[in-house]
Write a protein that binds this ligand. Structure first.
Ligand SMILES: Cc1ncc(COP(=O)(O)O)c(C=O)c1O
Length: 386
């Protein structure tokens, strides 16, 4: 599908070609990118900080805002320390560069380290481990049993299991307890890229680990700050010792300009909003529950899950294009995408935000029902052809 130029947006609407549509796409899951306190914090910080540091942090581009955000983010997550990166993509690369260094593994082990990754991991994970010299072995999507089979082939090696917490392209939640159980106690680490779980899952929005109620020293965390938190940037969180290794060994950290300090300031405010307005996470959860149940009742193939990402396909590409057009005609935008690792080459990725009002959700559900009925004849044609 072609890219669509959005002229303006709110947490739950987009303006396209002069028309306002209710939007069920994107990853601003709590609406924090449009929260008045978060927006005001950017303006406030603009008074005493410029747009960019114009230098890397280890030269002259380190600000108090960066250091405070690192401390507050670690505290928010219940981890010892964190380090900021320019984006979520570079957070994975920075961590892989650090884990490729022997200093990251006090117990030693054969070279090169092995990255055992979910076959549908985000491309930033695969790129990161390949570019950092890991031997890479895939396991079956969401299968802890298959991860164990792969790990057992490498018992004498340093092993790093790597997965998305919530998968962007199908909304599935990684089986973190099973993955931990599949790993040996020594010389094995579990990296969770929680770009789509952070601020979303768990009763306090801490993410996929909170969802499962797990905390384990073998878990390392990476994320973007641009999705649930509504800001920009990325981060790695883990033990103080490993964060020191990232700082010392990740070339991508040393050689890049950090997240703009005004956005680091905004991210600090966004973290505070999540704790101040605890109902944001529960509103998201309630919206997700309502939409998932209604979609399933309409016969769309979605499961019961707290994940705000729902993907579905219809009988044929022709029906999906027609369905998409009929939604747009009713002022509803659900992206029809061909992003990798989804359930099919072309699919709908519907995502939910805490700021969707009950009226907007009513409108979505009515529009979906109408579009399903209006395109039913295309389903019959697809079945006859198939
Ligand atoms: C799972 C996952 N990891 C990493 C990234 C990259 O984050 P960023 O956009 O901050 O680079 C994304 C999406 O953008 C993602 O979905």
């Amino acid at each position: 599908m072609p890219r669509i130029p959005i002229a303006a947006n709110t947490a739950s609407t987009v303006t396209i070609n002069g028309r306002d549509l209710v939007a069920f796409g994107g990853c601003n899951y709590l609406g924090l990118g449009h929260h008045p306190d978060v927006k005001a914090s950017v303006v406030r910080a603009m008074d005493y900080l410029g747009l960019t540091t114009s230098a890397s942090r280890e030269t002259s581009g380190n600000t108090l805002e960066h250091e405070l955000l690192e401390a507050e983010l670690a505290q928010f997550l219940g981890m010892e320390a964190s380090i900021l990166m320019p984006e979520g993509y570079t957070a994975n690369l920075a961590l892989a560069q650090a884990l490729a260094a022997p200093e990251a593994w006090p117990a030693g082990g054969g070279d090169p380290p092995v990255a055992v990754i979910d076959e549908k991991s985000h491309r930033s994970i695969r790129n990161a481990v390949e570019a950092s010299g890991f031997e890479v072995a895939d396991f079956e999507h969401l299968s802890a049993a298959d991860a164990m089979r792969v790990i057992r082939r490498h018992t004498d090696r340093r092993v790093c299991v790597w997965t998305d917490g919530v998968f962007a392209a199908d909304g599935a939640i990684a089986p973190l307890p099973g993955l931990l159980a599949a790993m040996p106690r020594n010389n094995a680490l579990l990296v969770v890229d929680d770009c789509h779980g952070f601020c979303v899952l768990g009763t306090r929005g801490r993410g996929t680990c909170e969802h499962f109620g797990i905390s384990d020293p073998r878990i390392l965390w990476t994320s973007t700050l641009a999705k649930g938190l509504g800001c920009y940037g990325g981060a790695v969180a883990s033990s103080r010792r490993l964060i020191g290794v990232v700082r010392d060994h990740a070339g991508i950290y040393k050689g890049t300009t950090p997240v703009p300090p005004i956005l680091a300031h905004a991210a600090r405010e966004a973290l505070r909003v999540i704790d101040r307005e605890a109902d944001l996470v529960s509103r998201l959860e309630a919206n997700v529950r309502r939409i998932r149940r209604s979609l399933a009742a309409m016969g769309l193939p979605v499961e019961d899950s707290p994940s705000p990402v729902m993907t579905f396909v219809l009988d044929s590409a022709e029906r999906m294009r027609s369905f998409y057009d009929r939604l747009i005609a009713q002022d509803v935008f659900i992206p029809l995408i061909d992003y990798p690792n989804g359930p099919a080459p072309l699919y709908f990725r519907l995502s939910v935000c805490a700021m969707h009002s009950p009226g907007q959700i009513d409108h979505l559900l009515r529009s979906l029902e109408t579009a399903l009925a209006d395109t039913a004849s295309l389903a019959c044609q697809a079945r006859a052809a198939g």
